[in-house]
Design a protein. Sequence first.
Length: 86
Amino acid sequence: MDKLAGFVTFKTMVSPVVLQILFWAGIGGTFYGAFLLFTLEHRAWWMALVFGSLLTRVVFEFALLSFRTYDRLSEIAAALDGRKFQ
């Protein structure tokens, strides 16, 4: 029930999960494009496979970086809640 309450009150983020699904769709599209180039006997199919996969990974890592940063800042804030400041 806590997960539903966190979802409804926007304390649980859905975007990281959606971004992971989109990442795998992007990897699938990269593989499909490389396969299509391979079947058309284009010599750049291996470049599309390697650099397309790498570029997809980098783009989605930058997108997920803000969510990971938020998670870590939340952990730091929770750890500091019990401390008294002078």
